[in-house]
Design a protein around this ligand. Structure first.
Ligand code: ADP
Ligand code: MG
Length: 693
């Protein structure tokens, strides 16, 4: 009977109809994002356990996973003193027997009954027992091993679905629909690779590593190809000559502002500015990343570019990731722009409704203004019909989706992204398709050195002593705590406790200690920050709200607690808050008590180099791009198998996507229909513009 039903299975069939699933378990699968059989066969294993080495019972070992084939000679469930019911089976072959002990799984007595042939994989404990081994009961000679005695796939699970249950479900789904899952790749793109059906089978149940690796390559390629196709389609729309605006004025305003600067631009700043202005002058939408290490002076370059745009009669927007930074940019930019006679207006959470209305009215009327704000500027309410340039400070919270939103505000504006985190080429390719880049490596002259030290918690008294000395010399200090919980409740508490502790500290009694964290209201944050800038507060206890861009050159000491919780790039960013004046600065990294030797080692890298480029590469190698570039915020779906560090595969996907889109820009060719459908499923939002374009 099940035979007749199985012919009706399609990739889109709900998992509920799979033998052994049903409505209740289907709800559990849904928690894992698995609704259909296709989802199930695309629920790739997280990893594999190698249980392929078969030995005799006598040769089982405690050091590595080995597998035996034997017969169950006795089996019994029994209650423990703790009230749990465990299950024990004795497995024998001609060399001896081994006792397998399963905690709290009395129902196994149904499967593992005396006389049954079983394959058991695991290690033995010092008493010679196997605890919770992987096992497979053999019902006939021909059956394929799923759970033991092979490369065993380990899938992500949820409560109520066991590894065994998942493997059986995946196996059944593969049998029903693997051959019918529609391959989104055009045949030329995947030439030389194995078929999708084979790849799906082998990714779950490979016979060996090479089978698994080929499957993984095929499926990773698919992910990268889809991503690159989207980016390529978007790039063609965005980059078309004539879709943007020519927005470079002759440069009189910028010249006036430069005259009044208290410093000369560095050679790197000059070069970056030239590249940007050349882009502004062309009617092709610019998408340029300005990378410069913390403190390299990106803000002023952005401002000068904005002045060109304003001179041409257009509007410029300067967006910061946080309120605090936005407010700070307002001050800096106003100071820089005043000599040019250009108005800088702010639209932040701290703006009153009346201010907000007034500014929105001026923007809507097309007045050529420089407006500074947070991402709230992207809201639909804010109309900027003459928006010519959007400057985005600190890229990692600004992605593909935001860029599309901007494009709806006017003709496609030029976008300049300022970043202290250099993006490796492969990643730029993966995330943006093509992206122009200007890099500033040298810092302005006359900067004090930053000395970085790692100090255990036991050294904290000395750290405070040192802090007191610095403060007595007129300097200021940051004490930074990591964000521990999304939403900030716990770190607000930890920060408050640390604030309390330092406020009470006898050595610091002459000084004011301030507290800043994400849970404060915008105006409270602002008041605290203003007080720190004005040196009414000498020590600022803070969470990572100060991570990017805050510029208080009198601050010369930064103590970062639980430093092991931060990535290297992030620590580098943080430490870039000091060393901004001519004084020597000190950054003290205090790892938590439970920090591993390896994590400690990682922190030592920061004491060795001050080069953000080097640290970003180290970070990428260590943690992968998800962390580094906030893939989640970027509006791109998660890549399950593809590794963005795989330059070879990425380049191949990029080239294949380019070819496909060049031949059929909107994917209207019937041969590209599966591709188009896959893209609409995974990337609808990102594609809106390209398909409508
Ligand atoms: P970042 O690139 O990290 O955003 P900022 O733009 O905040 O750096 O600049 C850091 C500091 O360096 C600011 O106080 C800025 O005024 C100053 N600055 C920028 N360019 C120069 C320069 N060419 N010479 C000296 N100081 C500069
Ligand atoms: Mg900055």
């Amino acid at each position: 009977m099940s035979q007749t039903v199985s012919t009706a299975f399609e990739p889109s069939t709900p998992v509920q109809f799979l033998t052994g699933v049903g409505p209740a378990r289907a709800r559990l699968f849904e928690k894992l994002g698995i609704v259909t059989l296709e989802h199930l066969v695309r629920h790739y294993p997280r990893t594999y356990l190698d249980a392929r080495t078969f030995v005799k019972v006598r040769d089982l070992s405690g050091d590595r996973v080995l597998t035996v084939l034997g017969r169950v000679t006795s089996a019994a469930a029994h209650r423990t003193r703790g009230g749990r019911t465990d299950f024990t089976a004795r497995i024998s072959d001609e060399t001896g027997h081994v006792t397998c002990h399963f905690f709290g799984q009395p129902w196994l007595s149904r499967a593992i009954a005396p006389g049954a042939s079983v394959v058991v994989s695991g290690t033995v404990d010092p008493l010679g027992r196997m605890l919770n081994p992987m096992f497979e009961v053999l019902e006939s000679e021909v059956e394929e091993l799923l759970h033991a005695g092979r490369l065993v796939p380990v899938h992500a699970l949820t409560r109520g679905i066991t590894g065994r249950g998942m493997r059986v479900a995946v196996r059944r789904a593969l049998d029903r629909v693997a051959d019918r899952v529609v391959d989104p790749l055009p045949p030329d793109a995947s030439r030389g690779m194995e078929s999708l059906a084979v790849a799906l089978r082998h990714i779950h149940f490979p016979d060996d590593e090479s089978e698994r690796d080929r499957a993984r390559e095929r499926l990773a390629f698919e992910e990268l190809f889809l991503l690159q196709t989207v980016l390529e389609m978007r790039r063609r729309v965005f980059a078309e000559e004539g879709r943007g605006l020519a927005t470079a004025g002759p440069g009189a305003l910028a010249a006036a502002a430069r005259q009044a600067l208290p410093f000369a631009l560095t050679a790197d700043q000059e070069k970056a500015l030239q590249e940007i202005v050349a882009d502004l002058a062309r009617p092709r939408p610019m998408h340029r990343l300005l990378v410069g290490d913390v403190g390299s002076g990106k803000t002023v370059v952005g401002l000068l570019a904005a002045l060109h745009v304003i001179e041409s009669g257009h509007q410029a927007a300067f967006m910061a990731p946080t309120e605090i930074l936005a407010r700070q940019h307002v001050l800096t930019l106003t100071r820089f722009a005043r000599p040019a006679g250009v108005d800088v207006v702010a639209l932040t959470g701290a703006s009153s409704p009346a201010e907000r209305r007034a500014i929105q009215a001026r923007l809507a009327a097309g007045e050529p203004l420089l407006v500074v704000g947070t991402h709230a500027l992207l809201e639909a309410k804010v109309q900027m019909p003459k928006l010519g340039l959007a400057i985005v400070d600190e890229q990692h919270r600004f992605g593909v989706r935001q860029r599309a939103t901007l494009a709806k505000k006017s003709a496609i504006p030029d976008v300049l992204v300022l970043s202290a985190t250099p993006i490796p080429r492969t990643l730029a390719l993966a995330m943006y398709g093509d992206l122009d880049m200007s890099a500033m490596r040298a810092k302005p002259p006359g900067r004090g050195r930053i000395v970085t030290r790692v100090a255990g918690e036991e050294k904290f008294p000395q750290v405070i002593e040192f802090m007191a000395q610095e403060l007595a010399a007129g300097r200021q200090a940051y004490v930074v705590l990591p964000v521990i919980e999304e939403g900030g409740r716990i770190d607000a508490k930890a920060a408050a406790a640390e604030h309390e502790r330092l406020s009470q500290h006898p050595l610091l009694s002459r000084f004011q200690v301030g507290l800043l964290h994400g849970r404060l209201k915008a105006d409270e944050k602002q008041r605290t920050m203003d007080a720190f800038v004005a040196n009414r507060i000498q020590v600022l206890v803070t969470t990572t709200v100060i991570e990017v861009g805050v510029d208080v050159s009198n601050a010369t000491l930064m103590v970062i607690e639980n430093a092991e919780r931060f990535g290297l790039s992030q620590l580098h960013q943080l430490r870039g808050r000091i060393g901004r004046g001519s004084h020597r600065s000190v950054c003290v990294l205090v790892p938590g008590a439970a920090t591993s030797g390896e994590a400690q080692q990682r922190l030592e890298e920061l004491t060795a180099t001050d080069d953000g480029f080097v640290l970003a590469e180290a970070d990428l190698a260590m943690r992968g791009p998800g962390e580094l570039w906030g893939m989640r915020q970027s509006g791109l779906p998660r890549l399950k198998l593809a590794d963005l560090r795989d330059e070879r595969l990425l380049t191949r996907a990029h080239e294949a996507a380019r070819k496909t889109v060049a031949s059929d820009a909107r994917l209207l060719d019937p041969a590209h229909r599966p591709l188009r459908e896959a893209l609409l499923r995974d990337y609808r939002e990102a594609l809106e513009l390209a398909l409508a374009g």
